[in-house]
Write a protein that binds this ligand. Structure first.
Ligand code: ADP
Ligand code: MG
Length: 234
């Protein structure tokens, strides 16, 4: 069974057809990238998957369950986690408190052990007692990922999680994503950076103007001159 199946999903904003019939699926423990130029519908797709937006038509299945009309909190509780393009942290709380509060609506049992494990995994030990606002941009993105991991999701949506992150932290982030995948987590990753997509994704979906215009491995996509030129401007 697919971890995620998206079936002919459509969404318009007034006259703008942001999603014009998106269909693809993600297998368990797969890392799939979604790339495409600005305005191609990537964030709208994420908002539909998390329940923040309702599609005009089409279906979304999470582990075979039709979640299309579920409220966002119920989808989150069913094992779908996401990061935001702009980290949504509690700036005046410490790193540890940011991790603990991520579990408030999830599962409070063993929360301190889980937070310790996440801090170690993301190498945030030295800043665990510091307010989130004092972290570097890259560390804030790691903490954002940590807040998602605290809920032990089956499927994680990452919205440009490595954008602007220092190469050392970026390597750590990719290592963490790979380790979590080995442990059973599935990832759908929006990325602007084609190279990064190639480093981490098993498969890539190319979107343009609300449609899927190509699918394949990094090698297939990056050797498709038409896709590279027409949709990615390279
Ligand atoms: P991407 O994340 O790929 O840059 P978006 O999903 O943000 O693309 O946007 C897709 C299209 O939908 C764009 O034309 C954008 O202007 C439009 N759009 C997105 N959200 C809204 C909204 N809330 N209201 C009106 N138009 C929107
Ligand atoms: Mg976006």
């Amino acid at each position: 069974m697919d971890a995620l199946a998206i079936e002919d999903v459509r969404k318009s904003f007034g006259g703008v057809q942001a999603l014009q019939g998106i269909t693809f699926s993600v297998a368990p423990q797969e890392i799939v990238g979604v790339i495409g130029p600005n305005g191609s519908g990537k964030s709208t797709l994420f908002n539909v998957l998390t329940g923040a937006l309702k599609p005009d038509s089409g279906r979304v299945l999470l582990n075979g369950k039709d979640i299309t009309r579920w409220p966002a909190y119920r989808i989150a509780r069913s094992g779908l986690g996401r990061t935001f393009q702009i980290p949504a942290l509690f700036e005046n709380m410490t790193v540890l408190e940011n991790l603990l509060t991520a579990s408030v609506e999830h599962n409070w049992d063993g929360v301190h052990e889980r937070a310790s494990a996440v801090i170690e995994l993301l190498e945030l030990q030295r800043v665990a007692a510091e307010p989130a606002r004092s972290l570097s941009g890259g560390q804030q993105r790691l903490l954002e990922l940590g807040r998602v991991l605290m809920r032990e999701p089956d499927l994680v949506l990452l919205d440009e999680v490595a954008a602007g992150v220092h190469p050392n932290l970026r390597k750590l982030m990719l290592d963490v994503i790979r380790a979590k995948r080995e442990a059973g987590t599935t990832f759908l990753v929006i990325e602007h950076d084609m190279e990064l997509t190639g480093e981490i994704c098993d498969r890539i979906i190319v979107m343009d103007a609300g449609e899927v215009v190509a699918k394949g491995t990094f090698e297939e996509i990056s050797s498709d001159a038409h896709v590279m030129e027409a949709y990615l401007g390279v």
